[in-house]
Design a binder for this molecule. Structure first.
Ligand SMILES: [Zn+2]
Length: 135
């Protein structure tokens, strides 16, 4: 089974290499959330296995050096930035959407409909990343 585990790990690494190269070839600046891997694994958030052996951390390391090789930059947004609670349209903070089971919500301030919490969070991470870059 050690052999199988190694095989799977290699396959995953290969996939992460390909993906990070693909992204680095397409973009100069990439904003990501600097997540706390340990906390994520403990909470069983998302893909528990992938976070336990830190696939995301490995991916960020790859992406970071590939972007820098090409003159770009990986911009990490702090883990306490409330990316999913902010309305990406008006900036209103809605603590009610902290609950991960809420996938979509209407902004009580501007009425904007957020169909996908991850898309909304990604927009906020991009905005915050670019802001920190120019700050
Ligand atoms: Zn709003």
């Amino acid at each position: 089974t050690a052999k199988i585990h190694r095989h799977i790990a290699n396959q995953r690494k290969d996939f992460l290499q390909k993906k990070s190269t693909e992204i680095a070839n397409q973009y100069s600046f990439v904003c990501v959330e600097d997540l706390n891997m340990k906390a994520m694994a403990n909470r069983g958030f998302g893909n528990g296995k992938a976070t336990l052996d830190n696939g995301y951390g490995m991916f960020l390391t790859m992406l970071d050096y590939k972007l820098r090789d090409r003159g770009g930059q990986l911009i990490k947004v702090g883990r306490f930035f409330p990316s999913s609670q902010l309305c990406s349209h008006c900036g209103f903070k809605n603590p009610l959407v902290k609950n991960l089971s809420i996938r979509h919500w209407d902004c009580p301030n501007c009425g904007k409909i957020h169909i996908d919490r991850d898309v909304n969070a990604a927009k906020n991470i991009k905005k915050e990343g670019l802001r920190s870059l120019t700050a």
